[in-house]
Design a protein around this ligand. Structure first.
Ligand code: C5P
Length: 228
């Protein structure tokens, strides 16, 4: 069992969501996907009729006016935008294409981080802890987490995983396009001025290139039993 927060960071396509959810389920912990909150804020921007070309102040206003609710049951995490279930819609290409730009806005991050910290604090009032995944959990959202993990994998492996995920969800995407998109998002996420994606000095590095989901999960369960 977990006592506090397990911070799971890393770029997309490392299997982070799958193993984070499974880890939470295996430990009887809660689960929070912070990427889903940035995606929901981005959907709010799109619903306001805005895109990348809009003035930053308008993007911020639309994103921060959104009411975003995250359900933390790892068996069926939910995400609502202004009362609507948007779990499927936030995975589509329109949101994926714009999310890095929206999540680079400092006012958007300030608000979402505060909301994420409130969800975490509420979960910690119950026994069992919480697994939180994102890009800045170990560095910004939960810097005191007793266990921090940073997942990596090569660009090609990550793009292949993203491609399989899209195919399963019925989104046919060209593999070259997927690889280019993975690289573009990594570049934007790692070079932005506010809370860029980087490994916290005390995060344990897990390279998932050669590891199955089962093997990563086993490694994480071992880490939890040692220090979670
Ligand atoms: O993890 P996922 O691919 O759903 O995240 C979507 C985007 O949300 C990322 O590419 C990144 O721009 C942003 N994000 C972030 N900080 C987090 C989680 C996600 O900036 N903690």
């Amino acid at each position: 069992t977990l006592r506090g927060v397990v911070a799971m960071d890393g770029p997309s396509g490392t299997g982070k969501s799958t193993v984070s959810r499974r880890l939470a389920a295996a430990c009887g912990a809660a689960y929070l996907d912070t990427g889903a909150t940035y995606r929901a804020a981005t959907l709010a921007v799109l619903r306001a009729g805005l895109d990348e070309s809009a003035p930053a102040a308008e993007l911020v206003a639309a994103a921060t006016a959104a009411r975003i609710e995250s359900g933390t049951d790892p068996a069926g995490p939910t995400i609502r935008l202004d009362g609507d279930d948007v779990a499927a819609e936030i995975r589509g290409p329109a949101v994926t294409g714009l999310v890095s730009a929206v999540s680079a806005l400092s006012e958007v991050r300030t608000q979402l981080v505060k909301e994420q910290q409130a969800v975490i604090a509420a979960a910690l009032t119950e026994p069992g802890g919480i697994v939180v995944e994102g890009r800045d959990i170990g560095t910004v959202v939960a810097p005191d987490a007793p266990l921090k993990v940073y997942l990596t994998a090569s660009d090609e492996v990550r793009a292949a995983r993203r491609g399989r995920q899209d195919a399963r969800a019925g989104r046919g995407v060209d593999s070259a396009v997927t690889l280019a998109d993975v690289r573009r998002r990594d570049r934007l996420d790692s070079t932005r001025a506010v809370s860029p994606l980087h490994r916290a000095p005390d995060a344990l590095l897990v390279d998932t290139d050669e590891l199955s989901v089962e093997a990563v999960l086993e490694e994480l369960l071992r880490l939890v039993s040692e220090r979670g």
